[in-house]
Design a protein around this ligand. Structure first.
Ligand code: 6PG
Length: 247
């Protein structure tokens, strides 16, 4: 299955340029959403690539450019580790960014890690439903990374969650890590107004080319399950990650 869909690819010379562009992208989307509807609802990703962007956004040069009091933060996925573990996506984003900007605590919705993975997933889905009230579950922006095995969020190859058609949150056992994670389903991500993959580094070049230009299917390469429905899909990459893309 080729990724037969419209997506915008932007390739930056260096990882530094990618990080700056990623930060600017978030700022622009936040301004637009706040101007239009008074709030900006964003789902963050784990992994190293977005962390560099979070660090930039926390920097004095960027921090004041977003009206953080009107920003609402969720996560696309979480590793089931304690809240003060460096592997915890919410912990990392909070220490790098959220604790440094003027965002009310009540605007930050982390995935619970003090419950069983299944219960955490059920509760987080309810949190999202309550937040959107009677509106569609549509995030303004979902940030995603890409694993070398083609996973994104915690949609890992050959896991049951890949066949889930409902837009929601699910627990997933990741055999290679011998632990659970909690993740948005592809259907929930795909409802977003804007989805952005952030991919950096030569070690991602083979999988990036595979996903964007070669054959495969969503079971083998879960990132291929991410497709725009109502919104836009962006791939922001540095040159090293994009090196093997042919067309
Ligand atoms: C996570 C993620 C995951 C991540 C990729 C890429 O919590 O692990 O959300 O999908 O984005 O593994 O991570 P890197 O940017 O570190 O390569």
């Amino acid at each position: 299955m080729k990724l037969h869909q419209t997506y915008h690819a932007e390739i930056f010379k260096t990882a530094t340029a990618l990080n700056r562009a990623g930060a600017e992208f978030i700022i622009t989307r936040a301004k637009e959403a706040i101007a239009e509807k008074g709030r900006f609802v964003m789902a963050l990703s784990g992994g190293q690539t977005p962390k560099n962007i979070y660090a930039l956004l926390a920097d004095a040069a960027y921090r004041e450019r977003i009206e953080w009091r009107k920003v609402f933060i969720f996560w696309g996925d979480e590793r089931c580790v304690p809240l003060d573990d460096e592997q915890n996506n919410a912990y990392e984003a909070t220490s790098i960014l959220l604790s440094k900007v003027d965002i009310p605590l009540s605007n930050i919705h982390a995935i619970p890690v003090n419950l069983s993975p299944q219960e955490a997933a059920r509760k987080y889905e309810q949190t999202i439903r309550d937040f959107f009230e009677d509106q569609p579950l549509q995030f303004d922006l979902v940030l995603l990374g890409l694993g070398k095995n083609g996973h994104t969020a915690s949609l890992f190859p050959d896991t049951e969650v890949l066949t889930e058609k409902a837009a929601g949150i699910r627990a997933v056992y990741v055999a290679e890590e011998n632990r659970y994670r909690v993740t948005m389903t592809a259907a929930l991500i795909n409802q977003a107004r804007c989805i952005v993959f952030l991919v950096a580094g030569a070690e991602k070049s083979a999988i990036t080319a595979q996903i964007l230009s070669a054959s495969g299917n969503g079971m083998d390469y879960p990132a291929q399950l991410i497709r725009q429905e109502d919104g836009e899909l962006y791939w922001l990459m540095d040159r090293a990650a994009a090196a093997l893309i042919h067309d």
